[in-house]
Ligand binder design. Structure first.
Ligand SMILES: O=C[C@H](O)COP(=O)(O)O
Length: 262
């Protein structure tokens, strides 16, 4: 089965509105004609409507010049699982959809580590994303000490089983999983492509056991953790690595475009 690669950029808590707009404009220009992969960027919440508007303007201009539409779509970095209510400071899936996003990152290790997110809260967020027709990019990954204790797959198995508890395969059809070893995030230490391939294969076979072969073969599994222009091609040469979730190297349009156009 062919899976269209997805190269996603997580801008975390970086970029003012105008910087986000400038970066997406440059990225769209640098990726004109890229047609064999999907691109997603996840700006901070407040920049989503601005980036959405900018992409609309650019696509209208591209149309007039007979160029194809940009493949960039927009993601949020988190959501709260209720649709609305007295939850001060939170942002819901319908609000994210309304602002122009189509994707949402869920369960990033920084959210698990600093904001107390658990597999159970992540499971609720995945349900909320699907209810609003958003594609969830569910993050999983082991810490350095878990890796040293050889617990990597034990941890991933638990995160997947609990995060996807209670869903049927047809309810999860557009799900994307991002394997991000915590020790590789922002550290410059990348897991080798062979290590990642081995883990992705195990993830796929767990998903086959849980949801069947059709689901597991069509699901995209991204790798995240110090992805850069010089290691993307090696990672993408592996059969079970279907794209990347890029942090630091997605902040600069030229660098990120090199990753997208690997
Ligand atoms: O969401 C992205 C990951 O946290 C990876 O970040 P990084 O590319 O800066 O290591």
């Amino acid at each position: 089965m062919t899976r269209t690669p997805l190269i996603a950029g997580n801008w975390k808590m970086f970029k003012m509105g105008s910087e986000a707009v400038n970066t997406v404009r440059k990225l769209a220009e640098l990726t004109i004609g890229t047609n064999n992969r999907d691109i997603m960027i996840a700006p901070p919440f407040l920049a989503i409507p601005l980036v959405y508007q900018e992409l609309n303007n650019l696509n209208n201009a591209f149309k007039k010049e007979n160029k194809t539409e940009s493949r960039i779509s927009i993601g949020a970095q988190n959501l709260y699982h209720e649709n609305q209510g007295a939850y001060t400071g939170e942002v819901s899936a319908p609000m994210i959809k309304d602002a122009g996003a189509t994707h949402v990152i869920i369960g990033h290790s920084e959210r698990r580590q600093y904001f107390g997110e658990t597999d159970e809260s992540i499971c609720k967020k995945i349900g909320a994303a699907f209810e609003s027709d958003l594609t969830p990019v569910m993050c999983i990954g082991e810490t350095e000490s878990e890796k040293n204790e050889e617990k990597t797959f034990y941890v991933l198995d638990k995160q997947i089983r609990n995060g996807l508890k209670g869903f049927r395969s047809d309810e999860l059809s557009s799900l994307v999983i991002a394997y991000e070893p915590v020790w590789a995030i922002g550290t410059g230490k990348t897991a080798t492509s062979d290590q990642v391939e081995d883990i992705h294969k195990k993830i796929r076979s767990l998903l086959k056991e849980m949801f069947g072969v059709e689901f597991s073969e069509s699901l995209r599994i991204l790798y995240g953790g110090s992805v850069k222009p010089d290691n993307i091609a090696d990672l993408m040469s592996k059969q079970n690595i279907d794209g990347a979730l890029v942090g630091g190297a997605s902040l600069d349009a030229e660098t990120f475009a090199k990753i997208v156009n690997f």
